[in-house]
Design a protein around this ligand. Structure first.
Ligand code: SF4
Ligand code: SF4
Ligand code: SF4
Length: 324
């Protein structure tokens, strides 16, 4: 049987997902060019581009819960959002650990940092202080959408020109980066080289939300204290900055479920993936396979039930794009 390490599996899936996202961006660019009349080649909008609009998806999620209406503006975005929430509930932050392209970029930047041998380890009170902003941002978004905004406000936002053109605005943002945005992105890149997974660990509110949900997940990494030789390799490999070597079961919101700790452990069965309900050991591949399976299942269900492509008239969208 083909033996594959957690690192190889993770890198492979992350790489495929990142290439897919690049392709989605490329297709969306041509769709946009066609819509605004710069190209005669008709291109269909790739629905997956809506996966980059989590705030819009949060609003349509509230609408789905309160009014039972599935978002018709960005249905694919809502589908991906729900799939990622379900993923976090069942297989921890498998989205962060295996699927998110930003996680892959962070992974590459971390490797570059490791070659410089100037990695800064953030722990203790500084780590605690740096973790707070992403939870504040996440609380702000959830509070604003679920408490402050009435369903009338939510509907108004969903049917606003701003929301209709959100993907195009994102394209504009990245293709016409202002000096401030460029400097900010450059700072995050540099910080991510020397402080592993800087954006994911300390700034991403989406990851914070998934982390809170993942605490209810039945799967978790477990350390067998009797087998452990306290070599510290697991802690060193952990993108979540978790002190794996001193934990019994890791149910931290910072655990991205990447299973790199298992791959780095030199002692067989010292670190395992466990079903917390039955207390049984399960294959470490469960998180990766589960995350991919859930995403594909939601995608296929949305396509077959007509909840993937927006039924909005193309001409209407074109008018909004032209007025951007
Ligand atoms: S923390 Fe945010 S950016 Fe990082 S992998 Fe998770 S969702 Fe992606
Ligand atoms: S504890 Fe293990 S599975 Fe969780 S983030 Fe760290 S290395 Fe990945
Ligand atoms: S890598 Fe394995 S043996 Fe080493 S400290 Fe971690 S759990 Fe213990």
């Amino acid at each position: 049987m083909l033996k594959i390490s957690p690192a190889t599996l993770r890198n492979s899936i992350q790489c495929i997902m990142t290439l897919f996202c690049v392709w989605v961006g490329y297709r969306f660019y041509f769709f946009y060019e066609f819509m605004i009349g710069n190209s005669d080649v008709a291109v269909i909008k790739p629905g997956a581009v809506e996966g980059f609009l989590p705030i819009s998806a949060l609003l349509s999620f509230k609408r789905l819960l309160t009014e039972g209406i599935y978002d018709e503006v960005h249905p694919a975005g809502l589908t991906i959002f729900i799939a990622v929430l379900v993923m976090s509930l069942l297989v921890r932050k498998g989205f962060c650990g295996y699927l998110c392209p930003v996680g892959f970029i962070s992974n590459i930047l971390n490797r570059i940092g490791l070659t410089t041998k100037r990695i800064i380890t953030v722990k203790g009170k500084i780590e605690f202080a740096l973790l707070i902003p992403k939870y504040i941002a996440m609380t702000f978004f959830v509070y604003a959408v679920f408490v402050k905004m009435s369903i009338k406000d939510v509907n108004a936002f969903i049917h606003s020109g701003y929301n209709f053109t959100a993907e195009a605005k994102m394209l504009h943002f990245f293709s016409h980066l202002s000096i401030i945005s460029t400097l900010l992105i450059a700072a995050i890149v540099v910080l991510s080289i020397f402080i592993p997974y800087f954006w994911c660990r300390f700034l991403c509110p989406y990851g914070a939300l998934l982390g809170i949900i993942s605490k209810a997940s039945p799967v978790a990494i477990k350390r067998n204290e009797d087998l452990c030789i306290n070599c510290g390799k697991c802690t060193k490999a952990c993108p979540g900055g978790i002190q794996v070597e001193v934990k019994d079961t890791i149910n931290s919101a910072e655990c991205v479920g990447c299973t790199q700790c298992i791959g780095s452990c030199p002692v067989d069965n010292c670190l395992t993936l466990t079903d917390r309900l039955s207390r049984r050991q399960i294959p470490w591949q469960t998180i990766a396979i589960g995350a991919v399976f859930i995403l594909l299942l939601y995608y296929a269900t949305a396509v077959f039930t007509n909840h993937w492509n927006s039924p909005m008239p193309v001409e209407m969208l074109r008018n909004y794009y032209l007025n951007l």
